[in-house]
Ligand binder design. Structure first.
Ligand SMILES: Cc1ncc(COP(=O)(O)O)c(C=O)c1O
Length: 469
C-alpha cells in the first residue's frame, strides 16, 4: 500500500472524507483544522484487512481488536467469502422475501433454526441488528393483539444497554445521551439495573448470585409497577456490551425466565454481538442456559462481509400467523438479501470447519488471564467479560472505585486514550457511555501470541494514562 491514495477525481481520500462523508456517531470537529476550531486529526482511512490485521491509507498496520465493530469473527481477507458473494450475485443478485423466497434465504433460515434452542424455528431476516430489535418489539405487540391481550405493548430493558438506532430500538436503548436529541421516542420502554457487578450496590458486592437475583427481581418490579397486562417483552443481551461487558451473574437468566413466564412477558435475547461464537456458542443463550422467546442477531452471521440480521421467533409466536388473512405487515427491501445470505452460509461453514466456537471456549481463560495482568496498573479497576469479549474499566481510585467525572473522562478517553491506542497499533474502543472502559472483541481466530500482543500494547498505553490522571 502506498501513501496518498486518492478518489477517482484525484482528491486525497482523507480530504474527500472531510468534505463529503458523514460519519456515524462521529464528532466531525476532531478532523477540522485547528484554525477552524477543530483538533486537526487525520481521518483514519482503512483500506485493507488480512486476518486480525488492518492497514490504513498510509500503509500502517493495526491489530483489529474489535473485529471491525464486533463483527469480523473469521478475520479479514477470506477470499472464500468474496467468492460466495460473487457466485450468488452472478446467479441471483437480488430478490425480496416479500411473498417470494430464494434458495439462500431458505437454507440460511433452516440453518439458523437448527442452531437456535428450543422451538425457535421461525427466522425473519433484516439488514442488521437494530432492525431485528425493531422487528421483535413489533412482533411482540402484534402477537399479544392476536391472542387476546391487546394492552400488552410495553418493554423492559437495562440501563446503559445499546439496542440500535431505529425509533423503537432507540427507546429500548438505555443510554440517555444517545436518545436526547431524538426525543420524544416511542413511549412505554422502562429501564431496570444492568448486571455490572463491579458497580453493584454496596451490600451485594460480595455475593454475585444475590446480586443477580436482585437485578432480575428489578424486572419483576418494573412489570408490577407498569401493570403486567401492559408489558409485552424484556430485551436483554446475554453479555451487555455498552458499559463495558457485563456478563450475567450465575442464576440471573434462570430467574429472568421464571419472571417472564409468571407474567406472560416475552424474553428477547439481543445477540447482535454475542451470537456466532463471540461467547463460544452459535447463540449465546446456550452459553448461559436459557431459552428466550426471540433471538435478535446480525454482525457475526456473515462476519460483516455482507450485511444481514435476523429475528428468530418461537413456534408459539408464529402460530397466530399461520392461518386466515393475518400477516406480519413489516419488512425490509434488503432483509435476507441473497448475496448476504450466501456469504452467511459460507461464513458459518468456516466457523464450523475451523472449530472457531470451540477455540473461543478453550482459549477464553488464557485471554482473560493475560488481560488480568493489567490489574496491576493503578488506573485499571476491573477486567470482565466472557468468550472473546472483554471490557477493562478505568478508575481514578482503585480503593474507592471512584470513576472520572465527565471532563476528566473526556480528557482521558478522547484527549488521550483513543489516539494513543491507535498510534500504538491497536484498534479497539475506548468508551464512556457508562463508566470509562476499553472494549475488546477481536476476530475468533486469534490465540495466545495475540493475547500477549494486545495486552502488551494496552499495558504501555495504560501506563502512560496512569501518569496523566
Ligand atoms: C446489542 C445490540 N443490539 C442492536 C445493535 C444495532 O445493530 P445495527 O447497528 O446492526 O443496527 C447493536 C449494535 O452494535 C448491538 O450491539
Amino acid at each position: 500500500m502506498t501513501d496518498n491514495l486518492t478518489t477517482r477525481s484525484g482528491t486525497p481520500l482523507a480530504q474527500a472524507a472531510r468534505d463529503h462523508l458523514w460519519g456515524h456517531f462521529t464528532r466531525h470537529s476532531v478532523y477540522e483544522p485547528a484554525s477552524a476550531g477543530g483538533l486537526g486529526l487525520d481521518v483514519p482511512v482503512i483500506v485493507r484487512g488480512q486476518g486480525h490485521r488492518i492497514w490504513d491509507d498510509k500503509g500502517r498496520s493495526y491489530f483489529d481488536g474489535l473485529a471491525g465493530l464486533f463483527t469480523v469473527q473469521v478475520g479479514h481477507g477470506r477470499t472464500e467469502l468474496a467468492e460466495a458473494a460473487a457466485e450468488q450475485a452472478a446467479k441471483l443478485a437480488y430478490f425480496p422475501l416479500w411473498s417470494y423466497t430464494h434458495p439462500m434465504g431458505i437454507e440460511l433460515a433452516e440453518r439458523l433454526a437448527s442452531y437456535a434452542p428450543g422451538d425457535l424455528n421461525r427466522v425473519f431476516f433484516t439488514s442488521g441488528g437494530g432492525e431485528a430489535v425493531e422487528s421483535a418489539w413489533k412482533l411482540a405487540k402484534q402477537y399479544f393483539k392476536l391472542t387476546g391481550k391487546p394492552t400488552k405493548t410495553k418493554v423492559v430493558s437495562r440501563s446503559i444497554a445499546y439496542h440500535g438506532t431505529p425509533h423503537g430500538a432507540l427507546s429500548i436503548t438505555g443510554i440517555p445521551a444517545a436518545k436526547a436529541a431524538f426525543e420524544p421516542l416511542v413511549p412505554g420502554a422502562m429501564k431496570v439495573p444492568n448486571t455490572g457487578f463491579y458497580r453493584a450496590p454496596e451490600h451485594l458486592r460480595d455475593d454475585e448470585y444475590a446480586f443477580g437475583q436482585w437485578a432480575a427481581n428489578r424486572i419483576a418490579e418494573a412489570i408490577e409497577f407498569e401493570g403486567p397486562d401492559t408489558v409485552a417483552a424484556v430485551f436483554l443481551e446475554p453479555v451487555q456490551n455498552s458499559g463495558g461487558c457485563f456478563p450475567p451473574p450465575p442464576g440471573y437468566f434462570e430467574r429472568v425466565r421464571e419472571i417472564c413466564d409468571d407474567y406472560d412477558v416475552l424474553l428477547v435475547s439481543d445477540e447482535t454481538i454475542c451470537a456466532f461464537g463471540r461467547i463460544g456458542s452459535m447463540f449465546a443463550c446456550d452459553d448461559f442456559n436459557y431459552v428466550p422467546d426471540i433471538i435478535t442477531c446480525a454482525k457475526g452471521m456473515s462476519s460483516g462481509y455482507s450485511p444481514i440480521g435476523a429475528m428468530i421467533a418461537s413456534e408459539r409466536l408464529f402460530e397466530p400467523f399461520r392461518n386466515g388473512t393475518t400477516s406480519f405487515a413489516h419488512g425490509y427491501t434488503f432483509g435476507g438479501h441473497p448475496v448476504s445470505a450466501a456469504v452467511a452460509m459460507a461464513n458459518l461453514d468456516i466457523l464450523e470447519r475451523e472449530g472457531l466456537n470451540q477455540r473461543v471456549v478453550e482459549k477464553s481463560g488464557a485471554f482473560r488471564a493475560q488481560l488480568e495482568t493489567l490489574l496491576d496498573l493503578p488506573i485499571v479497576g476491573d477486567v470482565r467479560g466472557a468468550g472473546y469479549f472483554f471490557g477493562i474499566e478505568l478508575v481514578k481510585d482503585k480503593q474507592t472505585r471512584a470513576s472520572f467525572d465527565d471532563a476528566e473522562s473526556e480528557r482521558l478517553l478522547r484527549g488521550f486514550l483513543s489516539k494513543a491506542l491507535y498510534e500504538a497499533g491497536l484498534y479497539c474502543r475506548a468508551d464512556d457511555r457508562g463508566d470509562p472502559v476499553i472494549q475488546l472483541s477481536p476476530p475468533l481466530t486469534i490465540g495466545e501470541p495475540e493475547f500477549a500482543e494486545i495486552t502488551g500494547m494496552l499495558h504501555d498505553v495504560l501506563c502512560r494514562a496512569s501518569e496523566l490522571v
